[in-house]
Design a protein around this ligand. Sequence first.
Ligand SMILES: Nc1ncnc2c1ncn2[C@@H]1O[C@H](COP(=O)(O)OP(=O)(O)OP(=O)(O)O)[C@@H](O)[C@H]1O
Ligand SMILES: [Mg+2]
Length: 260
Amino acid sequence: MFVPLVEFDQVTLAYQDRPILNRLSLSIPAQGLTLLLGPSGVGKTTLFKLITGQICPDQGDVRINGQSMTQASLKVVYQLRKQMGMLFQSAALLSELTVFENIGLPLKVHLKLTESTYQERVHQALDHVGLSDAGALYPRQLSGGMSKRAAFARAMILNPVLMLYDEPLSAQDPVTCQSLLKLMHAEKIRQGHAGIVISHQIQSLLPIVDHIVLLDRTGIVFEGTPEAASLSVQPLLRAFLSMENSGWLSDDDDFKLGER
Ligand SMILES: Nc1ncnc2c1ncn2[C@@H]1O[C@H](COP(=O)(O)OP(=O)(O)OP(=O)(O)O)[C@@H](O)[C@H]1O
Ligand SMILES: [Mg+2]
């Protein structure tokens, strides 16, 4: 048994009258990295929005460390959010700020540091992601891989308890993927840290994930360790695993991946 850090308890959610989640229950452990899989449009990013309190469920509850997000005051939601780092599907850097200022922004917003400590923390974060020489650049001057690494540094600068990675490896070359995987691994082994990653690059992530959750339009269809996933005969899971190996889906797999 694991101690849950995030708990979805019978969560139901619709956008306008379009149902997305139906009585979904799921627990995310407080240690290690959880890989969240599922077809496009099934509601993966929506789960991140629920965790960060950007949206509330229509029914049910989302709890972070036992604290209900639906019952919490805005102040408590902000406190909980401070303990989370989010790497967005797009890097989402602020275009009018330099890389240095982007990375330092959470420190400015949440902590009252002296100028020298602030400078030191941001320089450390830049070093950590291999961008020591890029602090003065603006986001438009960065390559895609550099943007992802800058966004990574911004997401981890407050030493979050929970890191949320939304498609961190998509559209990245193999070298950038490797450097992002190393950064994710370093975060994962940091004491008292947990992470959730949404990604289709399953084979790249398998060596560093501890827990796999597969969501389809009916809810959770697989939950277990990578070892259990490799032995599972669950058809959608097999389709996801084989898709990356072969690059193609069989005709049988097509219907399983159809959008809602
Ligand atoms: N703010 C919104 N208003 C209305 N519909 C929305 C909103 N956000 C998401 N949706 C819809 O909810 C569904 C789930 O969206 P979500 O972004 O969670 O999917 P996803 O699983 O992350 O997909 P992908 O793998 O393509 O990123 C989609 O059909 C999407 O069109
Ligand atoms: Mg998404």
